[in-house]
Structures are given as C-alpha cells and as structure tokens.
Design a protein around this ligand. Structure first.
Ligand SMILES: Cc1cc2nc3c(=O)[nH]c(=O)nc-3n(C[C@H](O)[C@H](O)[C@H](O)COP(=O)(O)O)c2cc1C
Length: 206
C-alpha cells in the first residue's frame, strides 16, 4: 500500500488552495478504489498551514542529513513516509509561493525518487509559471515530475456567491488523468526505491 499526499502549498488566511485540494482528494479517493491489489494507494491531504514550519533554520544543509530541530525531524518523517505527492500550487509574482519553497527546501533525501504532480491556479496563466519553477526544483531533488497537470485560470470566475468552486468537465478530466498517472508511478517507483535500498539497483544510482 502506497501513500500519496496532496500538499496544500498556500498558507495565508482565506486562501483558495484547500478548495482545490478537497476537489482533487474526492477524485483521488474514487480512482484509488479502481486501483486494487498491488496498485492500492491511499491519499491524504497535507496542509502546510498546519505543519507550520518556521523559515528554514537548520544550521547544517539538508544534504548533510543532520537535523537539529524537532520540527525538521517531524517534517522529515512526514516526507519520508510519503510515496508520491500532488502539490496544489498558487502563483505568487510569477513563481512559487514562499511557504511551499521553504517546505521543499527543509529536507532533501526524503523527496528522492518519488513522483510529483501539480495542480495550479491563478489569473490568466493559471499558476503555470509557478509549476515551471517547481519542475526545476523537483529535478534537483531527484523527484520525477509528471507531464499531466491541472491548470485553473482566473479561478474566481468559477466561484458561486458563497465562494464555492465548481470545476469544469475539462478540469475534472485532466485531474483524473493526472491522478491515474500518479497512482501508477507512485507504485512503480516504490518498487524502484526498494531495489535501491536492497542494493539490487544499479550502482550508478545507488
Ligand atoms: C503575493 C501574491 C502574489 C501574486 N502573484 C500572482 C502572480 O504572479 N500570478 C497570478 O496568476 N496570480 C498572482 N496572485 C494572485 C493569486 O493567484 C490569488 O491571490 C490566489 O488566490 C493565491 O492563492 P491562495 O489563495 O491559495 O493563497 C498573487 C497573490 C499574492 C498574494
């Protein structure tokens, strides 16, 4: 059984991110029911506002793997036990919002050889510039980013009088395709990580 976490990247009061995460989580739970046996997965929402990490404050860079703070050790455990990630990303000034980048920077090996998919939102570009930058960061952390993506442009046009988001059919189709890919690659890459840990993977990547 693999664990996929849906990360809510924004942390500010009255953020839109949780609505996207909840919508994706509903689809994810339904798709998880379709993938049985060896392909079984569970999904959980991981809210960075609840994790509440301070600005990065470790004296030794994460690549040295010598954490000193309890909040880093707890975050390390959370990331390490997760097999795949779906990041719900806002776009701040054409890029990644600070809270999300901070959370990514906190640890290093814990992200390695794990798939990551993105759902973004914003104005006309729908957060796609944040996703482009996130793909750069993911590569450095040896994560495998999926091509399938959900981009929600001018999301405020899809809110009702109460501020509730209703996805379009196209967005739901894109989300379903992305989640199916994420489930498949999460399980495949879990096997690969187990081979590496057992020393039966290629020496070139050990
Ligand atoms: C600091 C800041 C910078 C922003 N910059 C952009 C931007 O570059 N592109 C964009 O599409 N939207 C931008 N926006 C608008 C956001 O898309 C919108 O506020 C969105 O709701 C932010 O996500 P959140 O509500 O989950 O925090 C920005 C918002 C903030 C708060």
């Amino acid at each position: 059984m693999s664990l996929i976490r849906i990360i809510i990247g924004s942390t500010r009061p009255q953020r839109f991110g949780p609505q996207v995460a909840n919508w994706l989580n509903e689809i994810a739970r339904e798709r998880a029911g379709v993938h049985q046996g060896k392909d079984q997965v569970t999904f959980e929402i991981l809210d960075l506002a609840e994790v509440n990490l301070p600005l990065f404050d470790e004296p030794i860079p994460p690549g040295m793997n010598q954490y000193q703070n309890d909040h880093t050790k707890a975050w390390s455990k959370t990331v390490a036990e997760t097999d795949g990630f779906l990041i719900v990303a806002p776009e701040y000034n054409n890029s990644i919002n600070a809270a999300l980048k901070n959370a990514l920077d906190y640890v290093f090996y814990e992200w390695h050889y794990k798939p990551v998919a993105f759902a973004s939102y914003g104005s006309a570009a729908g957060g796609s510039r944040a996703v482009a930058h996130l793909r750069d960061v993911a590569g450095e952390m040896r994560m495998f980013d999926l091509r399938e993506v959900v981009v929600i442009s001018n999301y405020w046009n899809q809110l009702d009088g109460e501020g509730t988001f209703t996805p379009t059919e196209d967005q739901t189709t894109a989300a379903t395709a992305m989640i199916d890919q994420l489930i498949f690659w999460t399980n495949e890459m879990k096997d690969s990580r187990e081979r590496l840990a057992a020393g039966t993977g290629s020496q070139a990547v050990a």
